[in-house]
Design a protein around this ligand. Structure first.
Ligand code: B1N
Length: 764
């Protein structure tokens, strides 16, 4: 209803008027820029959500993806624009090609922040995302000699007008050895039929892109010039790690200054700051906002103890991982060099903790003078949440158990979600239209209504679902051929694993399956139908084993493609430069969603939710949000395998896992691992890399691929068999779509607001 109203109100904003000439006379770039201006005006006309209390979602990453289509949909302009262009013989899809994607995030954590802003805007919550305006986003990935190469992603060097608007605000941030001035850029975050939220990104005025040399390398000693050039510079050496601390303090000091100034402007006397601001600390990267806020409050005349209490009432912390290596812990000497002014504050916070609690585990500064950022967050905030039920339980019972004993009331779960605007309405318009026709469009604002699809299950509906999937597979086939020249067969089963490359996510398990399947075909055991295994993944530039896995996948892809028998039954494809745009093409086309992390290690996952919503079935371990998916769809509509998180945690505690014994005792494991060093693989690739990977698996296998290997093979076989019964398969897909409503980020954000932020929605 609201959409119909906004459609009419916004009608009359012709493209030609914005372009200053008839559509037919415009180049694509002129049309694109006209649409940018049209969207900007429409967003400005909507205005931003207002209220006394405002959310500041502070995050080092916002993986927003392309904005044009999404904004047109949210502003209710999409249909009108599409029709106007079509009438002049032009296509919106072609214009979208001109937009480059702002890849200001690594993966799930950054994409989650982007989905959250969309939902805040849609729910009318006064909210700003605060982060950094990286000049280059995550590196661009290409494949050369079956290896990953990285080049800078200069998303800001568009030929086009930018979505970013320079704000008038300039602030000074003082580091130990120099000061910088910052400039703020705003991006409107349109809500679905609502006012806007804002994404506010800080840059240093002294940034100098001439520093970038030799791909993604630059002189890391030139801090003031290099600070915002890259998202998460390589942190494998001390210079890289310390640059990250500079980035983080720059973000936090800017955020803290901005928040205090804005709240004072809205009427706060700072003692009542918690009535004006909620700060959500997205993982530990923004943790320094705690000592920085205390510092600024003390500077404004508030006593230390009172300032500490104010900050605790304002701040809340989200934990996104239990992986030890991702929990930030900075040497005090780093902080002393970057921001000496906050070191005495951290020391005093640490002393306070020591007074009341002797447990070494919960100290902020440890005996080696390392500052544990998560510990500071938990002590100095009023809420700590995990991102899926299992993850929160592991935090409470295992990883953070001593903190839970100290502050039981502070711990809570907020299961992640995704915005259905981008991840269904925009990326799978045919499915969205089918849902509209079947149950009406109420689900677009209340995703739980998707359940009503189940009342309409019949052969016709299942047939339409199958036809839409088929067309999405054809669309994907066209795209990937244009994107990287790969030809895929839409008739085959699309078996997809797309996410960052990490050993705990176990792309190597899928790789070993593919090798086993290939060896099976060579031995005459043919699958029922051709399987296309599709990977999308970037590996951190310094993560050697992750790059070895990519290399092995690309080599295998080449070996299988060159085999005239096997290539009829199996194809391995790795998408080059997997990003949000690729995901939007890929996910609607998937049949199988691989979610095979080692149980206990994937905090939540959000790709799993996107695939489910688009009618793919999950092949997964009982990890992260997979557990909740399984609970919602029921055992008959998901394929699960592998050891439970309890079993895995017990294995780590016993410390007696021995991959070599699995390798020796299980013929299929041995054959698959040995194949990495076969003549064909060595001919396709680099012996050092393949050998390192085989050795890692046999001697370390830190994420326990082998104990789950047989169960994975068996379950995947069962799943591929199920895929041959089209009607039953589609009926399972329908259940998945119908039950996906729980994973709308609108639900997640409503829960954050109910339990943590307590903001009043802007009603008009
Ligand atoms: O955050 C996502 C979850 O769905 C994923 O399960 C989780 O792995 C992901 C250091 C991270 N956790 N930690 C990070 C990112 C960048 C970095 O420098 C850690 N990402 C996640 C959303 O909750």
């Amino acid at each position: 209803m609201a959409d119909a109203v906004t459609q009419t109100r916004d009608a009359g904003t012709g493209i030609a008027r914005y372009a200053g000439k008839p559509i037919a006379n415009c180049t694509n770039l002129e049309l694109f820029n006209a649409l940018l201006r049209m969207v900007r005006d429409a967003a400005q006309a909507r205005g931003t959500n207002q209220g006394k209390k405002r959310l500041y979602y502070v995050s080092a990453e916002f993986l927003i993806g392309k904005l044009l289509s999404n904004n047109l949909i949210n502003l209710g302009l999409y249909e009108q624009v599409r029709a106007e262009l079509a009438a002049a013989g032009r296509s919106l899809a072609e214009l979208e090609e001109l937009e480059s994607e702002p890849s200001l995030g690594n993966g799930g954590l950054g994409r989650l922040a982007a989905c959250f802003l969309d939902s805040c805007a849609t729910l009318g919550l006064p909210a700003d995302g605060i982060g950094l305006a990286y000049h280059c986003g995550l590196f661009r990935q290409s494949f050369l000699g079956n290896k990953q190469c990285e080049t800078p992603d200069g998303w800001l060097t568009w030929g086009q007008e930018s979505w970013m608007r320079r704000a008038s605000l300039h602030q000074t941030v003082s580091f130990g050895d120099f000061d910088v001035t910052s400039t703020l850029y705003d991006i409107d975050v349109t809500g679905y039929g609502s006012k806007c939220a804002r994404l506010r990104l800080f840059d240093v005025d002294s940034a100098d892109e001439r520093l970038i040399k030799d791909g993604i390398a630059f002189d890391k000693r030139r801090v003031a010039q290099g600070l915002t050039l890259f998202l998460y510079p390589d942190d494998s050496d001390d210079e890289g790690r310390i640059l990250r601390v500079y980035q983080e303090y720059f973000m936090c000091s800017n955020a803290a200054q901005l928040i205090l100034a804005e709240c004072e402007e809205r009427g706060s006397n700072l003692r009542d700051l918690a009535d004006y601001a909620a700060v959500q600390i997205n993982d530990t990267h923004p943790s320094m906002i705690i000592p920085e806020l205390i510092r600024l409050l003390v500077q404004r005349g508030i006593a230390f103890d009172e300032a500490r209490g104010i900050v605790r009432d304002v701040c809340a912390y989200t934990n996104h991982t239990i992986l030890a290596e991702a929990l930030e812990c900075w040497p005090k000497s780093f902080l002393q060099r970057v921001a000496p002014q906050i070191v005495p504050i951290i020391e005093r916070l640490d002393a306070d903790v020591r007074k009341s609690c002797k447990e070494p585990f919960v100290q902020i500064v440890d005996e080696h003078d390392n500052v544990h950022m998560a510990n500071m967050d938990i002590h100095l905030s009023h809420s700590t949440n995990g991102v899926a039920a299992l993850h929160t339980k592991i935090l409470e019972d295992v990883e953070l158990a001593p903190f839970r004993r100290l502050y039981p009331e502070r711990f809570n779960n907020k299961t992640n979600g995704i915005t259905f605007r981008r991840w269904c309405i925009a990326c799978n318009p045919e499915l969205a239209a089918l849902v509209d026709r079947t149950i009406g469009d109420g689900w677009r604002h209340d995703a739980t209504q998707l359940e009503r699809l189940l009342e309409h299950e019949d052969d016709a509906l299942l047939g339409e679902l199958a036809a839409i999937k088929r067309r999405n597979k054809e669309r994907f086939a066209t795209w990937i051929e244009r994107h990287q020249g790969a030809k895929v067969d839409p008739e085959s089963v699309f078996d997809v694993q797309s996410k960052r490359l990490h050993e705990y996510k176990r792309q190597q398990l899928n790789l070993l399956w593919a090798i086993d399947a290939y060896l099976g075909i060579k031995a005459g055991k043919l699958p029922r139908r051709k399987v296309t295994v599709i990977f999308g993944a970037k590996a951190a530039p310094a993560y050697t084993i992750a790059k070895d896995v990519i290399h092995a996948i690309l080599c295998l892809s080449q070996v299988v493609a060159a085999d005239p028998v096997a290539n009829k039954w199996l194809q391995i494809v790795m998408i080059e430069n997997y990003n949000v745009t690729a995901a939007e093409r890929l996910i609607p086309a998937a049949d199988i969603s691989e979610q095979i992390s080692l149980a206990s290690k994937e905090a939540s996952g959000t790709g799993n939710m996107k695939f489910m919503l688009n009618g793919a079935l999950t092949l997964g371990t009982m990890d992260g949000a997979n557990v909740e998916i399984a609970g919602l769809v029921g055992a008959g509509n998901i394929f699960t395998f592998g050891e439970s998180s309890d079993e895995v945690i017990a294995r780590y505690q016993r410390g007696d896992y021995d991959p070599m014994s699995y390798y020796q005792d299980d013929e299929r494991i041995k054959a698959a691992v040995d194949f990495l060093l076969s003549h064909d693989m060595l001919a396709a690739g680099d012996g050092h890399s393949l050998d390192r990977l085989a050795h890692e698996l046999m001697c370390k296998d830190w994420f326990m691929t082998f104990p789950d290997f047989d169960a994975y093979l068996a379950e995947k076989d069962r799943m591929l068999e199920a895929a041959e019964d089209e009607a039953t398969w589609q009926s399972k897909c329908l259940v998945n779509i119908a039950k996906a409503g729980f994973f709308s980020s609108d639900r997640t954000i409503a829960e954050y607001n109910r339990d943590i932020w307590h903001l009043t929605p802007d009603a008009d």
